[in-house]
Design a binder for this molecule. Structure first.
Ligand code: HEC
Length: 115
């Protein structure tokens, strides 16, 4: 794959985020307490990349606790509506925005995570 500059990858990720994720997790990444967990300052988001890819690709439901607040909702799977490239871009964006500082993920990383 041709190398994409970090700035270009970030702009693509921001666009995917604002179109598909911000309605719940908010443009600020702060979420909505009790309904949609924050992605900003969330150790799951900046932690194990495989886990984050699995959540975004295949969805998540069940009780979780984020920054001291409980959530028990349902996140739709994105693997059927977004391309692996869009998923890689948006995950790289959320891992490096709002004070988060974790490594980006590649298209190959996204492709490799199976249900
Ligand atoms: C319809 C609302 C909605 C949209 C849109 C949405 N999410 Fe979520 N997301 C949720 C909910 C609700 C949860 C928590 C699920 C639970 O309680 O088990 C969640 C959880 C997550 C988590 C796991 C957080 C944790 O601490 O475990 C990540 C990462 C995430 N979302 C990223 C995204 C990304 C990236 C997008 C856009 C591609 C997105 N979400 C779009 C509702 C949404």
């Amino acid at each position: 794959m041709a190398a994409t500059s970090p700035a270009a990858a970030n702009a693509a990720g921001a666009s995917v985020y604002n179109t598909n994720c911000a309605s719940c997790h908010q443009a600020t990444g702060e979420g909505v307490a009790g309904a949609f967990p924050p992605l900003a300052g969330n150790p799951t988001v900046t932690g194990n990349a495989t886990k984050v890819i699995h959540i975004v690709k295949y969805g998540l439901k069940g009780a979780i606790t984020v920054k001291g607040k409980s959530y028990n909702g349902m996140m739709p799977p994105w693997g059927s509506t977004l391309s692996n490239a869009d998923i890689a871009a948006v995950i790289s964006y959320v891992r490096s925005s709002w004070g988060n500082a974790a490594s980006p993920v590649t298209v190959a990383d996204v492709k490799a995570v199976a249900k």
